[in-house]
Design a protein around this ligand. Structure first.
Ligand code: ADP
Ligand code: MG
Length: 557
């Protein structure tokens, strides 16, 4: 037998029992059990009107003897003693899930392990009726019927069925993101309503959950880290929507997974928001799923009955790593240039319907990167188009960079690094300021005093504005509100080279060199894309260059 009753001292250490208050809570408990049983196929069927849920999996199954005890309180195969509480690797460990469900519903479990036939049990809460041998494939099918038949009030406390189905879809979606190797099906009244198959890639799951997201809008990365104070590795998997392609009006797609389960973590979420600051437009939120898989010792799951909140030890360390990972993903390097989403985008623009890549463009090795110092690609400016676009070439294609916003990004980051105010020899005189404008200029730490009736003298201004002849207008603009950061954006925008300005090759090269090493070269501080990559492989296909030796010369047929 592998399922055992927990010792009393362990029971006392475990947070309040599982709360089964909805169909969704049942689905969560059962699906998590299936995952713990190493299933890679999970089929959830619900019949809301009947308050019925069935979860079938192809996991390890439950042994005959274990079937008899699995619905008793505090019985689990996942931990055995106090020490195990510090090493929890499974989603369940309290041995309460099946017991709680059995108290509230009619439960039927059919299961088969390897080298045995299948068995089934029925439970009505208090006793288990007979074990019958049955024919069933390897795995477990658990059916929960008449949920809350004995507590009608709990049924009434639930939202309409439509909303309950949504909750269930959310739970399955969240689990699927954390377990991309699993195929999921959700049937509602025998109708397939959700099918998720990620092929072991989280990046493939997101577009299945949110139809407005395309695979090519996403980028992903896995970072392997040394676990703090331990001699093992942790993994940080990041899938994020490219900020110049997708964003959301609400923070509904900022999701954090921790060791296999989506959790709420205001501390980690705030780090994500700050990493996207000035990368997305105003009031826009990123699409991001971040999954941290670390040693169980870093986590205390015991805080919340549904384990939705946790204590994460070494919080600052993890925050720092997440920040760094997001920053790195934005950098333009030889390593990430090839999976650049823009290739697909350009192909769409050019309407290339070819899907056979013909040749592989030579890939620069990491050694080459070192010669460029910062591990960034070489971009050589070759021309300016329409006095607006910088045309730059690199080993894998050609880029168009919009001069104004590239420069704006450079200036904005320079201002962030160094918001310097300088004293002016000649003050700038402003007139007819409203009290709130004066207050705003003071908030921005500009030196301001009265100069006569309805006149004010500004004696200290941001350095970058000092030698501009439009600095009066700039100050008025700043006086209309916003914090220092808004002021930086406004100043950067005003000071950046305008489109329509003719530039020399070396001036443009200078801009490109500075721009490509900015922290976030993809978008300007307002969230607009800065460059368009015309990848050589897309151009190659567009011009059908592979035809030259083939069809067009009639050499083969
Ligand atoms: P816990 O998950 O905390 O261990 P549960 O009450 O949810 O407690 O489950 C009790 C035990 O039943 C589990 O420890 C596991 O051994 C077994 N079990 C439940 N569901 C499954 C399943 N789908 N496949 C295999 N074993 C299962
Ligand atoms: Mg469980």
């Amino acid at each position: 037998m592998t399922i055992k009753k927990l010792p009393l001292e362990v029971i006392k250490l475990i947070a309040a029992g599982e709360v089964i208050n909805s169909l969704a809570a049942v689905v969560r408990e059962l699906a998590e059990n299936s995952l713990d049983a190493k299933a890679h196929k999970i089929v959830v069927s619900i019949y809301p009107q009947l308050w019925k849920v069935q979860v079938a999996d192809n996991g390890e199954g439950i042994k005959k003897d274990d079937l008899l005890v699995c619905t008793q309180p505090h019985t689990t195969s996942k931990i055995a003693n106090k020490e195990d509480l510090c090493h929890i690797k499974t989603l369940g460990f309290r041995g309460e899930g099946l017991h709680s469900i059995a108290q509230l519903a009619h439960l039927h479990i059919a299961s088969r392990t390897e080298n045995d036939c299948g068995y089934e049990i029925f439970s009505d809460g208090n006793h288990i009726t007979v074990i019958n041998p049955i024919a069933i494939a390897l795995g477990t099918i658990i059916t929960v019927e008449n949920l809350f038949h004995n507590i009608p009030l709990r049924r009434q406390g639930n939202p309409p069925f439509k909303k309950q189905i949504k909750q269930i879809q959310t739970i399955i979606g969240q689990l699927s993101l954390c377990h991309p190797h699993v195929t999921w099906q959700l049937f509602v009244d025998d109708k397939l309503t959700l099918y998720i198959n990620g092929n072991n890639q989280t990046k493939k799951i997101l577009p299945q959950l949110l139809k407005t997201i395309k695979y090519t809008d996403l980028t992903s990365q896995q970072i392997i880290l040394n676990t703090p104070q331990e001699n093992n590795k942790s993994f940080l998997d990041l899938v994020l929507g490219l900020p110049d392609r997708i964003s959301r009006p609400r923070p509904d797609w900022v999701k954090i997974g921790l060791n296999g389960r989506v959790i709420k973590s205001p501390e980690l979420e705030s780090i994500i928001y700050s990493s996207f600051h000035r990368t997305l437009g105003r009031d826009r939120f990123p699409v991001i799923f971040l999954h941290l898989q670390t040693s169980p010792q870093q986590i205390d799951w015991n805080l919340h009955p549904a384990k939705a909140e946790v204590y994460l030890h070494n919080l600052e360390f993890w925050q720092q790593q997440i920040k760094q990972a997001i920053e790195d993903i934005f950098k333009i390097t030889d390593n990430n240039i090839n999976n650049n989403f823009q290739n697909q985008r350009v192909e769409k623009i050019l309407q290339v319907a070819e899907n056979k890549p013909i040749y592989q463009i030579e890939q620069k090795t990491t050694q080459n990167e070192e010669s460029s110092g910062l591990g960034l690609i070489q971009l050589e400016v070759i021309a300016q188009s329409r006095n607006t676009y910088i045309v730059a070439e690199h080993s894998q294609g050609m880029w168009l960079i919009e001069q104004h916003i590239a420069h704006e990004r450079i200036l904005y980051e320079q201002l962030q690094n160094n918001w310097q105010l300088v004293s002016l020899e000649q003050p700038i005189i402003l007139e007819n300021l409203l009290p709130k404008q004066i207050e705003q200029l003071i908030n921005l730490q500009l030196e301001i005093d009265t100069f006569g009736e309805d006149l004010w003298a500004i004696r200290k201004i941001p350095q970058i504005l000092a030698h501009r002849n439009d600095n009066q207008e700039a100050l008025i603009e700043l006086s209309w509100g916003g914090n220092v950061d808004d002021a930086m954006v406004a100043v950067a925008c005003r000071s950046a080279i305008r489109n329509g300005t003719k530039l020399t090759l070396s001036e443009m090269q200078n801009i490109v060199n500075q721009w490509k090493i900015t922290r976030n070269p993809h978008t300007c501080p307002h969230g607009r894309p800065i460059y368009l990559a015309l990848d050589e492989s897309s151009l190659y296909r567009f011009f059908r260059r592979h035809w030259v030796l083939g069809k067009s010369h009639g050499l083969n047929d």
